[in-house]
Design a protein around this ligand. Structure first.
Ligand code: UDP
Length: 238
């Protein structure tokens, strides 16, 4: 697949359905898939840190999670037309896992978040197999890897924040028989009902960032990445 590159960071011009079909193909050919969500904040981090850039670019699928990426693609005449968010991608994958009888493991977040996320996921997808879960604060890495292996997990969601979760996946990918890895940031907190997804109106108008800013003004520092990203894309054109 031809990827689009923004300031040296690759993004796959995919939709949710395209991600699922790519993953399905990789499973059939015995290849592991890693999904990383790319937004302007991560691109700006990657500009400062070559390791972050390499980490993103070496993933199988970099999903365009961030309206800034969609704008930049349109500006360049690219093919990315809509966001593919980490949290919604996770729902598509859960549905796929339920249909294909793939075993799911949830790793990361606080104990009460991840256990409640498990309960809510099981309520929402009655035929899913959540083979296990572990919070992101206890347990050493080798033990967690062993636990995931013992559960024979096929789909692993890692919620440790970025780039910690991507680094974890990179270190442990080969040790695991997992078929699909997705780094999901704060998604277990959303599934647990601790963090709210932006209301539909904000999402439909593509101003989720505005909702986040109003509900948590401290995010202004993180959100300044968006105008910086826009400026760099407009002026550097690479
Ligand atoms: N977290 C964790 N272990 C750590 C640090 C963070 O499990 O050592 C969890 C934290 O509880 C939260 C998630 O990682 O559920 C990070 O969410 P955030 O929204 O900050 O991630 P982002 O998507 O912004 O990278």
């Amino acid at each position: 697949m031809m990827k689009e590159t923004f300031l040296g960071v690759d993004v796959a011009p995919v939709t949710y359905k395209r991600v699922i079909s790519e993953i399905s193909r990789n499973i059939d050919s015995g290849e592991q898939s890693t999904i990383v969500a790319v937004n302007p904040e991560k691109v700006m981090e990657a500009c400062k840190d070559e390791k972050v850039r390499e980490l993103i670019n070496s993933s199988t699928l970099q999903i365009p999670d961030g309206i800034g990426i969609v704008w930049a693609s349109k500006w360049r005449g690219g093919q990315i037309r809509e966001r593919v968010t980490g949290i919604d991608m996770m729902s598509y994958l859960l549905h796929f896992a339920e249909q294909k009888n793939l075993r799911v493991f949830l790793y990361g977040a606080e104990e009460d978040s991840v256990s409640k996320a498990r309960d809510n996921i099981e309520k929402h997808y009655p035929n899913i197999t959540v083979a296990g879960y572990e919070n992101g604060f206890d347990g050493n890495e080798d033990q967690v890897v062993q636990q995931i292996q013992d559960c024979q997990a096929d789909v692993l969601f890692v919620a440790l924040g970025s780039p910690k979760q991507e680094l974890w996946i990179r270190r442990n990918k080969e040790k695991l028989g997992v078929k699909v890895f997705q780094g999901v940031g704060g998604s277990f907190d959303v599934w647990a009902g601790k963090e709210k997804k932006a209301p539909k109106l904000y999402r439909d108008l593509n101003v989720e960032w505005l909702y986040r800013l109003v509900s948590d003004p401290k995010r202004i520092k993180r959100q300044l990445a968006l105008p910086k990203f826009a400026f760099c894309v407009l002026t550097k054109n690479r």
